[in-house]
Structure formats: structure tokens, C-alpha cells
Write a protein that binds this ligand. Structure first.
Ligand SMILES: [Zn+2]
Length: 176
């Protein structure tokens, strides 16, 4: 089998698996479904829906979007550090109509709150597209940091703080 055929077969198997496994929502936020598929403690606290709503609201404000941009979209929180994403083996987040978000960081380990994840980055793709990160806002995010800072985080042992870092959300322009 040629390499291309092998790739095509592997890709169609992957796509079939992705469709078959479209996860059911654990809750809805303004028409977007949220699926919790991670054991991260923050994802199993009662405040998760409100925290996701606040993070999405801040992200939509930053990107100039509205809830309509996320209507019908699925947001899936996954154990990481990497999530399935076509063309990328080291994605901590992915947007292809579905927003797949890793609940952990390759260096820092499991996040302690949803605001620390790349969610606000992937919402940007849902609102403006811009797969190659040419918009200058990909290198800013200070307003989102300000809006979402100061909330508590969670470990298996209980409550902790949850410092946010714009570096998690930032992405320099990709080579064309
Ligand atoms: Zn991106």
C-alpha cells in the first residue's frame, strides 16, 4: 500500500471514529453543548457551567462575537496534554466546528480551572476563523486576562488559586 493510500485509510478511519464518538452534552451554554471528558477536578465542580459561561462571554466580547457564533457547537473538555486535531500531533486545543480543549498543559500538568485552558483561543477561531493567526489579537489577550483573573481553582484536595497567563492563549502568526 502506498503511503498516500495508508494515510487516506487512516484519515477516513479517524473521521469515522470522530463522527461515531460525537459526545453527548453534559450541559448547554446559550445553545452550545459542553461535554466533560476529563478527570480534572475543576471539570467536576458545580460551578463549571457558570465558569464556562463567563469564560465564553469574555472570549466572545474580546473577539467581537456573539452567542450565535457558538450556537450548535460542541465544546469537549478532554484529558491532555494533547487533543485529536487533523494535521497536528501536539494540539492542546482544536477547532473544526467542535472545540476540543485539553484540561492539562504539557509542561504544567492538569489545569485547576477552565479559564486556564485554551478555550478563549479556540473561541477566536469559532468567531473569526483565521487559521493562520494573522490577526494581532492572537498576541494580546490582556483584556481577557483582566476579565477572568482572580477566580478560584481546584485540585483533588480542594480549592486553590488559579493564576492565568496570556501565554497559554497567544499564538504568533503562522508561516503562510
Ligand atoms: Zn489557533
Amino acid at each position: 500500500m502506498s503511503e498516500n493510500v495508508t494515510r487516506a485509510v487512516a484519515l477516513s478511519a479517524l473521521l469515522a471514529a470522530a463522527c461515531a464518538e460525537r459526545p453527548a452534552s453534559d450541559f448547554q451554554v446559550h445553545g452550545a453543548g459542553v461535554s466533560v471528558r476529563t478527570s480534572a477536578p475543576f471539570a467536576h465542580r458545580g460551578d463549571l457551567p457558570a465558569r464556562v459561561e463567563a469564560a465564553l462571554s469574555a472570549a466572545l466580547g474580546y473577539w467581537g462575537g456573539s452567542w450565535d457564533d457558538l450556537a450548535g457547537a460542541q465544546i469537549v473538555l478532554l484529558d491532555g496534554p494533547y487533543v485529536p486535531c487533523a494535521g497536528s500531533s501536539h494540539a492542546v486545543g482544536c477547532y473544526d466546528g467542535e472545540l476540543r480543549i485539553s484540561a492539562s498543559d504539557p509542561g504544567a500538568g492538569t489545569f485547576s480551572c477552565v479559564e486556564q485552558t485554551v478555550l478563549v483561543h479556540e473561541v477566536g477561531h469559532a468567531v473569526i476563523g483565521d487559521r493562520l493567526h494573522t490577526d494581532p489579537r492572537w498576541m494580546d489577550f490582556e483584556a481577557v486576562l483582566e476579565a477572568l483573573s482572580g477566580r478560584s481553582g481546584y485540585t483533588a484536595d480542594g480549592e486553590t488559586d488559579c493564576p492565568l497567563f496570556t501565554s497559554v492563549w497567544r499564538h504568533p502568526p503562522d508561516a503562510p
